[in-house]
Design a protein around this ligand. Structure first.
Ligand code: NAD
Length: 518
């Protein structure tokens, strides 16, 4: 029997030792999921939506223990566990309970040419969805995907991160407690190998959230079986601070955007582009605010930043900061680990030559922000876009119409004006990236559609076997001429259209006579 040790990153204390799921048991797990899905997929949308409301009730009742566990296992302050994970989850449940029945019911397509027929779109579950998740928002991220998958009628096999398995298992518990039929959701515990094995069992879809490196492996594995994938990957998000920005507001936005969850956020503000006119004052103010942040164990409720959750991230921070320094960067504040090596002081780096170094180009995923400057709007946009990621960008300004114009030129999945990060937790707005940040969307109507197949049903308005379609066999010369004349009805000018009409009618009649239909 193999086990995983879940640890509190603030203390190193073992929270729980958990038995892992043997890879050999996946076949049985899939077979149970397939049977469970048959029943769950036949439950009405209205009832599945009602289940979300029952789940919301359990979530709120269990909130305190969930907040405590998230904070313990991930390290984030309890406030963040509540405000950034549990409350958005309750909100998501409310949104999808209301929205899903309307979005996923059959939709009619208005026919343009074929007025004698009708087309309906029918959304049906993809079957068994494999959801593979990271550790940085161990509750909200998988929970949102699970909720969408379930309301769409799928069964789910969920693999939480090996860093936060206890939170993963609690998601399973509350879903069961809310009355989910057995095996509609099954949580499997293990490391990357288990995730890879999940894909080899050919789920209906793989919903993956994690790093670019793993995302590529997931896509490769899925390609072997032609399994569709959604990839929610990393980011290197830019904040553009315009010269008219209120500096107190702008620095507070940059502070929260870069340091929330100790910067371990896919949409963290890692690159700050400040207009050169205000750069000096911006840096001074942000530096002062960074130095006032309190770091410490998450459970006492007194700290703003928890520890670094994942040991292996620490060497990335050191390497990026050292490389920036070797390119003439100034370390404005931070850069040092605490003696127990669990916390990196909030770090700010400035300097023009860092733009091509890893601190500006590669995901840091920690309490580190880097500032450079720009002179014009076009330069700001060009610099913001000069990156392989494209998840989120933010603009801070008093001129919202200008920001909107700029937003339309940024190659990202989301642009927030005078806000940062938080739309990742909204039910009603889409979340996802472009370029190396992945593809596909979660949350919103677009997210729901990721969890269904679309079936197009094309039927006659009035059922008749008398009129066979004009393009069926046997082909004839009259048929060719009729269709060629018909093509002229797509001409721009009404005169050209009308000219062709008598010929078209005559040929059509000849064609039908020849086929003995008239
Ligand atoms: P990771 O890629 O190391 O792991 C993510 C998950 O994939 C884990 O459950 C892991 O066990 C599993 N896994 C590992 N190898 C696998 C394989 N070969 N096949 C299938 N599954 C495998 O990422 P992480 O360190 O847990 O999370 C941090 C990353 O996630 C960051 O890059 C961050 O930006 C990204 N992220 C993106 C979003 C988003 O919405 N775009 C949200 C949160 C985190």
């Amino acid at each position: 029997m193999s086990t995983l040790r879940s640890k509190n990153p603030a203390t190193g204390e073992v929270i729980q030792e958990i038995e892992t799921t043997p890879i050999e048991s996946l076949a049985e797990i899939y077979s149970r999921a397939q049977s469970a899905q048959k029943y769950w997929g036949s439950v009405s949308l209205r009832k599945r939506a009602q289940y979300l409301l029952d789940l919301r009730e359990v979530l709120v009742q269990r909130a305190d223990e969930l907040i405590d566990l998230i904070s313990k296992e991930n390290g984030k302050p309890q406030f963040e566990a509540m405000a950034n994970e549990i409350i958005p989850s309750a909100d998501l449940l409310t949104y999808f309970a209301k929205k899903a029945p309307r979005v996923l019911r059959d939709h009619r397509i208005p026919m343009v040419l074929m007025k004698h027929r009708r087309s309906d779109l029918n959304y049906w579950p993809v079957g068994v969805v494999a959801i593979i998740s990271p550790w940085n928002y161990p509750f909200l991220l998988p929970f949102a995907d699970i909720v969408m998958a379930l309301v769409a009628g799928n069964a789910v096999i969920f693999k939480p991160s090996e860093i936060t398995p206890c939170v993963g298992l609690r998601i399973q518990d509350i879903c069961n407690e809310a009355g989910l039929p057995p095996f509609v959701l099954q949580t499997v515990i293990g490391e990357g190998l288990l995730g890879a094995a999940l894909i080899d069992h050919k789920p209906g879809k793989v919903f993956f959230t994690g790093s670019v490196v793993t995302g590529r492996k997931v896509m490769e594995a899925a390609a072997k079986h032609l399994v569709p994938v959604n990839l929610e990957l990393g980011g290197k998000d830019a904040m553009i601070v315009m010269p008219d920005a209120d500096l107190d507001y702008a620095t507070s936005a940059a502070l929260w955007g870069s340091m929330s969850n100790s910067g371990q956020v896919c949409a963290s503000v890692e690159r700050i582009l400040v207009h050169e006119r205000i750069q000096e004052r911006f840096v001074e103010l942000l530096k002062a605010k960074l130095q006032r942040l309190r770091q410490g164990p998450s459970l006492n409720g007194q700290n703003d930043l928890g520890p670094i959750t994942l040991e292996k991230q620490k060497s990335i921070y050191t390497q990026q900061i050292e490389e920036a320094k070797s390119h003439g960067a100034k370390l404005e504040t931070g850069g040092e680990f605490t003696p127990d090596h669990r916390y990196l002081a909030p770090t700010l780096v400035t300097g023009h030559r860092i733009e091509d170094t890893s601190i500006y180009q590669e995901e840091t995923f920690g309490p580190v922000a880097a500032i450079t400057t720009f002179k014009s709007v076009s330069e700001a946009i060009e610099k913001a876009n000069h990156n392989r990621y494209g998840l989120l960008a933010s603009i801070i300004t008093k001129n919202v119409p200008l920001a909107e114009e700029m937003a339309r030129q940024l190659a990202v999945g989301t642009v927030t004006i005078n806000e940062v990060l938080y739309t990742a937790g909204l039910g009603e707005t889409p979340w996802g990236g472009v370029k190396d940040s992945g593809f596909g969307r979660t949350h919103s109507e677009a997210g729901l559609y990721e969890f269904v197949n679309v079936r197009h049903i094309h039927k006659p308005r009035v059922n008749s076997i008398y009129f066979k379609s004009l393009w069926w066999f046997p082909y004839s010369n009259y048929q060719f001429i009729t269709f060629r004349l018909f093509l002229n009805l797509y001409r721009q000018s009404w005169i050209d259209k009308l000219k062709v009409f008598p010929h078209l009618l005559w040929n059509l009649v000849q064609m039908l006579k020849r086929e003995k239909r008239l």
